[in-house]
Design a protein around this ligand. Structure first.
Ligand code: SF4
Ligand code: SF4
Length: 94
């Protein structure tokens, strides 16, 4: 049974946005991404600082990285980190 149809929620290309001022390059998000869309790099602007970058061709906007980032450095358009954690908690609770 299809509960949600594409007319109500059209499938738009969704990818995350990373705030480089918040990200400390810890790599937690990279470890949880199911499609290996994230990579840790050295910052070109700030020597010694690490950053995360996303491959928009691979990212499908699942939001797992956003929910796990301890710095709240990842934004998913239309879905805040608190809402995502709430959805995950509901899903775990069954
Ligand atoms: S989990 Fe957050 S702080 Fe850590 S690398 Fe990813 S975006 Fe940066
Ligand atoms: S939103 Fe999902 S697919 Fe995209 S980078 Fe984050 S964990 Fe990976």
């Amino acid at each position: 049974m299809k509960v949600v149809n594409n007319k109500s929620f059209p499938e738009l290309p969704v990818t995350i946005h990373i705030n480089p001022d918040r990200c400390d390059g810890c790599g937690i998000c990279k470890d949880v991404c199911p499609v290996e869309a994230l990579n840790v790099i050295n910052s070109a602007r700030r020597p010694g600082k690490k950053l995360i970058v996303v491959d928009p061709q691979l990212c499908h906007g699942c939001g797992v990285c956003q929910a796990t980032c301890p710095k709240e450095a990842i934004a998913l358009p239309g879905l805040g980190p608190d809402e995502m954690r709430e959805y995950i908690a509901l899903a775990i609770a069954g």
